[in-house]
Design a protein around this ligand. Structure first.
Ligand code: DAH
Length: 345
């Protein structure tokens, strides 16, 4: 009898001590499991009632019941306190939110490789007296083909897989050469322009082809402009781009409808002396198309070919950027991948 009494008061005391120490929901749950759950201390004690005599039941029944209901009451009180505490601290956190305390993890800004190279090349042309020009990416057949001496039935139209729009004569420009036409229509010679911009070709993508890519275009129109002016200009420009004095360049006859004569310009591979993977073991790298502006092109722009002549050249800016930085997959350039872009500080 005395034993049971002691047990009851011991449990009451322990329960109250343990409950006092509780300061979190988890601790509260631990107390519940220890005292109030099934097979916990208080519940087990309740089971002992059935082993008592009638007289004992009269005494201990109410004592045990009181222990149980009282403990449950205290437990509920504590639970309310804990919930209130949690709410209060969440509110305080909200009220005390300090916007200035938040610091971005430092993402270091970097320029796209295109931006680096365009800036460098534009500066070279500006230093030579050229004006930066541009034209629309959504073009008219006239500017992209017709005025460049590529009439409707010309096979050169097939080489440039064109994205035609549903609007009549409208297309996404396949090269930057239409900027020549826009410039000559806007301004009478003498005229020296340089342009860069996106071009589109309807072709499958792989590591070296994308349906959107960048080209650059230059043109100079004046009196008595010859192939030697073209050669000298290209040589100086390539020397400056690749930052080399001794840079061999070579011109071979080639065909572009908008120039006559037309040439392909190659330069000695800047990465090797005896052949490497970039120049495909040839030590030469094809770098641009160029030539003297075709009289028909001048006529389309109301410029008299008897009075004026000029040269034009165009090159793959995307290809140049890939060469310069050793980028082996064209798709990286438009991928928007931070890890890729971060490399170009
Ligand atoms: N537009 C030509 C192309 O996309 C490149 C080109 C060749 C441009 C010769 C020129 C040029 O201005 O004279 O392949």
């Amino acid at each position: 009898m005395e034993d049971l009494k002691k047990k009851i008061s011991k449990i009451r005391e322990n329960f109250s001590n343990d409950l006092d120490k509780v300061s979190s929901e988890q601790e509260l749950e631990n107390v519940r499991i220890k005292y109030l759950a099934r097979n916990a201390e208080i519940s087990n004690l309740m089971h002992e009632i059935k082993n008592l005599s009638k007289e004992e039941k009269v005494i201990f029944g109410p004592l045990l019941n009181e222990l149980k209901t009282n403990s449950e009451k205290l437990f509920e009180l504590k639970r309310n306190q804990i919930v209130e505490l949690k709410l209060k601290s969440a509110q305080e956190k909200k009220q005390n939110f300090d916007v200035t305390a938040y610091k971005f993890s430092a993402l270091k800004p970097s320029l796209h490789p295109y931006t680096h190279v365009i800036e460098q090349i534009e500066n070279i042309f500006i230093s030579m007296g050229y004006k930066i020009a541009d034209g629309p990416e959504l073009e008219d057949d006239f500017y992209n083909f017709e005025a460049l001496n590529i009439p409707k039935d010309h096979p050169a139209r097939d080489i440039q897989d064109t994205f035609w729009l549903k609007l009549p004569h409208k297309l996404m420009r396949t090269h930057t050469s239409p900027v020549q036409i826009h410039s000559m229509k806007k301004q009478k010679p003498p005229l020296a322009i340089f342009a860069t911009g996106r071009c589109y070709r309807n072709e499958a993508t792989d590591a070296s082809h994308d349906f959107v890519f960048m080209q650059a275009e230059g043109m100079l129109i004046g009196k008595n402009i010859s192939m030697s002016n073209l050669f000298a200009t290209i040589k100086v420009v390539l020397q400056m781009i690749f930052e080399r004095e001794n840079l061999d360049i070579a011109m071979r006859p080639s065909y572009y409808p908008f120039v006559e004569p037309g040439v392909d310009v190659a330069m000695r591979c800047p990465f090797c002396t005896s052949g490497c993977s970039v120049c495909k073991k040839s030590t030469w790298i094809e770098i641009m198309g160029a030539g003297l502006v075709h009289p028909n092109v001048l006529k389309h722009c109301d410029i008299d070919p008897e009075e004026y002549s000029g040269f034009a050249f165009g090159f793959g800016l995307t290809r140049l950027v890939m060469l310069k930085y050793g980028i082996n997959d064209i798709r990286l350039l438009n991928s928007g991948k931070i890890e890729f872009l971060e490399q170009f500080k």
